[in-house]
Write a protein that binds this ligand. Sequence first.
Ligand SMILES: [Mg+2]
Length: 189
Amino acid sequence: MKSIMVDMDDCITEGGYLYLINQYFKTNHKKEETSDFYMYDFIPDKEGFFNYFINNNLYDYSNLIPNTIEVLKYLNEKYKVYIGTAYIYNVIPELSGKIALYKHNYLIEKLPFIDPHNFIFINDKELLNCDIKIDDKIENLKNAKIKILFSAYHNKNLTKDFLQKNGIIRANNWLEIKDILDKLEEECE
Ligand SMILES: [Mg+2]
């Protein structure tokens, strides 16, 4: 059985981080306004914000990305599915343990069909030897045979040409991911 690593933030769930930024700064930013992964251009006071951030569970304000559950259930029957997700925030590494707990609880609640032994909290995902990787950050696709980039605000400007040169397939949503993997499987048969 082939293995798949699936990233959590901006692949399974999204929105909580920006929601907390807007709450703290009393702003109304939209993700389309930035291409910075950490949205630092929305965070004029990093120390103040991250001290607020860590004491609020961003996943209480996050939304599941459409079709995540149905497609992951489907893939979980055919592949070994691992969730590979980083939890250390660079501004507050020593306080980030709470994020691991927030993530764990969210995955348990929303994806009860995934074995919790398959939750991997990791920063350098290159260490994971999975056949297929699905992530919104290109660096995290290293060391996979099939690299699927989940479209997100910060990667929208990566060109087709660049992705093709690097052997990366872009997917805009979970239904596209299902199609890509089904087609690749047919080709292998
Ligand atoms: Mg991500």
